[in-house]
Write a protein that binds this ligand. Structure first.
Ligand SMILES: [Cu+2]
Length: 133
């Protein structure tokens, strides 16, 4: 009977150790390396609109709602971006731009009519959209 108790205790101890290990793994997990854009990534200041997008493993946020009829600059931030989202393509504006691996690139979008402006990475596999309303 003593051995049954010992086994039960061993199982319990193992469970506790696993639980602690899981907890610590979570606590010490590497922090997110992809920078997070502000919740509202399109803002107007002094009559001009700025849209902020982060390019790294795609474009974030993928969908932006912005105002039409306002001169607009697209501000793309790269941070250690070595994938193909370091090239941005906006076909409607005939824009293909190589971004620095780390830095900020401003692209003048002009004053847009209502509608969706689409962009992609250099290879066309990471899409993003700006919906001008
Ligand atoms: Cu791509």
């Amino acid at each position: 009977m003593a051995s049954t108790k010992t086994i039960s205790f061993s199982i319990l101890a193992a469970g506790v150790i696993i639980a602690i290990a899981v907890l610590f793994t979570d606590l010490y997990a590497p922090k997110r390396t992809v920078p997070v854009p502000p919740p509202n990534n399109a803002f107007i200041q002094g009559g001009k609109q700025t849209i902020e997008i982060i390019a790294k493993g795609g474009f974030n946020p993928k969908n932006t709602v912005a105002k039409s009829g306002v001169p607009t600059t697209l501000k793309i931030t790269t941070k250690g971006t070595f994938d193909c989202s370091s090239t941005v393509s906006i076909p409607e504006l005939n824009i293909v731009k190589n971004l620095p691996n780390t830095g900020i690139t401003e692209i003048d979008l002009g004053t847009r009519e209502p509608g969706v402006l689409s962009g992609t990475c250099g290879m066309g596999m990471y899409p993003f959209e700006i919906n001008f309303i």
